[in-house]
Every structure is written in structure tokens, then in C-alpha cells.
Design a protein around this ligand. Structure first.
Ligand SMILES: [Zn+2]
Length: 416
């Protein structure tokens, strides 16, 4: 936040200088124009073939000199302005850390024989999911990628959403019809029918819209009574040449706003129904990475503290660590500190739902099919190997809360 305030101060300085110069420049130019206009008028009043009087000639040359001087001054001021603007750039460099290299994966790690195809597939998949099929095809062809699922479900959804944003609800309506039984409690079908009715009202006349509404609206009357009434009333302003609609119907009669809203709802509802993540794996990874990066950078900075260096000889960044564990480090062994040093970085609503690979907090090993994560009765999760090691016959004491339980009560956790 301090960084933002610092840059803002420099930016304010630049803006006020810019505004001051603009005012000054405009005033100078107006003065010059006025003087020229006056002189022009005076000369124009003379007969066309008469020579200029001595005073007039002097006035012309005086004015020319003054114009030259003014233009020179203005261009000097303008040059100074560049210096102020470039100071803002330097201020940004000074206030923000540009070097995330110590915590970000190295670019070369994407170029290895194993990772490169995965990365390219992820990019192609992302392009298809965004509905950018031509760009996806070009990438697949030029990079010589293996088959990438081209007509993936999300691409089809994206096409429907795109049509909605362009004001055409037909593809989305066809999709909703196919999934009608699962959309029983969703506001989506009504939203789409309402959009279609209003579109008909604009394009085919109010009669056609009312006919459509009679056919499609009754099924939604109970759940969307008020919205339905508003939509029918809005039809009154659909006809060409109607007076401007009252404020509360304006939104319904704005096809762009209605389309954008329907597109957003469509993607949300369809993804929920098909249990799809609304973001592509690549977009999700980028979003999560961007959120986590500042925290990792802070951790990396703290890791260089002499106490921490002594306790932690690993080169790897302990991703599970938060800064809150730092005070304990002085008095505890590194192993104890590691146990305490677990946290999650909040990814927020849109970035939520992603989880890292599970690493056992006891054995510090990544979970695998042979050694899956196990949820204890108390809710704590450890790996199966750790569970077997900690179990004493039919008894197990949770290493976090001292709850006693039977090892057989632990349940395996599946990440899907
Ligand atoms: Zn426990």
C-alpha cells in the first residue's frame, strides 16, 4: 500500500504539472491567435494593392518574433514535461519489486522435454476453452502438438455465452432445453426465455413476443412472478418509435446489458451443472500463482534472516510456511517449526477450489496412490504411512490434537 501511495504522489505531481502546462499553452496560443487575427483584420481593411505602412510592417515583424519566442518556450516546457513523466516510471521501479525470479519457477523448467508438451497442451486447451478455435488450431499445427480436445464441453458453452453476449439466445436455449430436468431450480431458463421474448418484441413485433411469452412464460410464472410482469410491461416500449422507457424498464430494453448478464449467468449455471471449473487449468494456475507470488516473495525475504538460515538448510522454499511461525523458530527445533509452519494462501472466490498436492505434515512426503492422505476422526489429515507408524495396535493419538481414536476410523481422501 505504501508503494501505491508513493507512486501516486509522483503521479499527482506529473498530472498537476501537465494540467498547468496545458492551461498555460492554451492561453499563450489564444493570445497569439487573437493578435494575428487583429493584425489580419487591420491589413484586410486596406485596399489590396497598397503597400503596408511602416508601423504595420514593424507590427508584423514584432508579432513574428513574439510567435517564434513563444513557440520556443512552449517546446522547452513540453520537453520538461517528459522528464516529469519518466520520473513516474522510475518511481514505479523504485516502489515495486519487479524481481520475482527467486520465487517464480524458472523459465527453463517449461522447456524440458517432459514439461514443454504439457505447457503447450495447456495453452491450446485454454484457447479452445475461450472459444478462440482458430488460434488454438494454429498453435496445435505449428507446435506439432498431439491431439488436443478441440470440441471440449467448455468450448461449446463458450459459444453459447458468446452468442448471448451478441444478443442471440438461441444456442443457449437449445442447450437449456437439453438439460431441462437438471435446471429445474435454476433461474437460467427464465432469463433466456425473457431475453428471447424481448428480442422478438424488437425484431418481429410485440404480437410475436406476446405469443412467445404465452407459450414459454407460464412454466416459470410461480418462481419469477415479478420479473415476468416486468418483462411483459417492458414489451410496451419495444415497438419502433416508442417513447423512452421509464427508468425501471431501461435495463430490460438494453440488449447489450441483458446479453452480458445472461452470458455470465449461463457460464456460471452450466459450469455448476456439469461440475466444470469456470476457469481453464492454465487460467486457474495463473490466477492462483499471481495471488500467491507476493506472499512467497515475503517468505523468501524472511528466509534469508540468519536465524532462519540456521534452522533451515534446504534450498527449497517451504511453501507451507507463513510468517506467523517465525517468532517460534528461535526456541524450537526446525522439525517442530516445520510442523507448525503450515498454512494455506487464500485464493478468494474466483480462484478458490484449487488445492495443492497433499504433503504429509508428519513424514513430509508427497501423497501418492500407495500412500494416500487419510482423514482422522478429529478432522486432521496425515498420510497412510504416518498413520501406520503412529498407530499402536487399536489405538491412535492424533499428533495435532491429542484425540484418541482407532486407526480403522480414518478415511481416505480423494482429490478429484
Ligand atoms: Zn486431531
Amino acid at each position: 500500500m505504501d508503494s501505491c501511495i508513493g507512486v501516486e504522489q509522483d503521479l499527482d505531481k506529473a498530472i498537476s504539472k501537465f494540467n498547468g502546462l496545458q492551461e498555460h499553452t492554451n492561453k499563450c496560443l489564444e493570445d497569439i491567435i487573437q493578435q494575428i487575427e487583429e493584425l489580419k483584420k487591420e491589413i484586410a481593411n486596406q485596399p489590396s494593392d497598397s503597400a503596408l505602412s511602416q508601423e504595420q510592417a514593424a507590427a508584423v515583424s514584432e508579432l513574428a518574433t513574439s510567435v517564434k519566442q513563444n513557440v520556443f518556450q512552449l517546446s522547452t516546457d513540453h520537453r520538461d514535461l517528459h522528464a516529469t513523466v519518466s520520473r513516474v516510471g522510475k518511481s514505479i521501479d523504485r516502489h515495486f519489486i519487479a524481481d520475482y525470479a527467486s520465487v517464480a519457477p524458472k523459465a527453463e523448467s517449461f522447456l524440458s522435454e517432459t514439461n514443454r508438451p504439457i505447457m503447450e497442451q495447456a495453452i491450446a486447451q485454454h484457447l479452445y476453452r475461450q472459444g478462440l478455435e482458430e488460434a488454438g488450431d494454429a498453435l496445435v499445427a505449428e507446435a506439432g502438438l498431439g491431439p488436443v480436445e478441440r470440441t471440449c464441453t467448455f468450448a461449446a458453452l463458450q459459444r453459447c455465452a458468446g452468442a448471448l453476449a451478441d444478443g442471440d439466445p438461441a444456442p443457449a436455449l437449445a442447450w437449456a432445453r437439453q438439460h431441462a430436468p437438471q435446471l429445474g431450480h435454476s433461474p437460467l431458463p427464465f432469463t433466456l426465455h425473457r431475453m428471447q421474448a424481448l428480442k422478438l418484441g424488437r425484431e418481429a413485433g410485440v404480437g410475436a413476443a406476446i405469443e412467445y411469452a404465452r407459450r414459454e412464460f407460464p412454466a416459470h410464472a410461480a418462481r419469477h412472478e415479478r420479473a415476468l410482469q416486468a418483462a411483459v410491461c417492458a414489451l410496451a416500449w419495444c415497438a419502433q418509435g416508442s417513447p423512452p422507457p421509464p427508468h425501471n424498464y431501461r435495463h430490460l430494453l438494453d440488449p447489450k446489458a441483458l446479453g452480458a448478464e445472461a452470458a455470465e449467468m449461463f457460464i456460471r449455471e452450466a459450469c455448476a451443472l456439469l461440475r466444470l471449473a469456470p476457469l481453464s487449468p492454465l487460467a486457474g494456475a495463473v490466477l492462483a500463482g499471481a495471488r500467491v507470488l507476493p506472499a512467497l516473495h515475503d517468505i523468501r525475504a524472511k528466509m534469508t534472516h540468519p536465524h532462519v538460515v540456521a534452522a533451515w538448510s534446504d534450498e527449497d522454499l517451504p511453501l507451507e510456511v507463513t510468517l506467523t511461525f517465525m517468532p517460534h523458530l528461535h526456541s524450537r527445533t526446525s522439525r517442530e517449526a516445520r510442523r507448525e509452519a503450515r498454512c494455506e494462501v487464500e485464493l478468494g472466490e474466483e480462484g478458490g477450489g484449487y488445492h495443492s498436492v497433499f504433503a504429509c505434515p508428519i513424514l513430509r512426503q508427497q501423497a501418492s496412490e500407495q500412500n494416500p492422505p487419510m482423514r482422522l476422526l478429529c478432522g486432521h489429515v496425515i498420510s497412510r504411512d504416518a498413520l501406520n507408524k503412529l498407530a499402536m495396535g487399536v489405538k491412535l493419538k492424533c499428533p495435532y490434537c491429542p484425540m484418541e481414536q482407532s486407526p480403522s476410523e480414518a478415511r481416505q481422501i480423494y482429490f478429484s
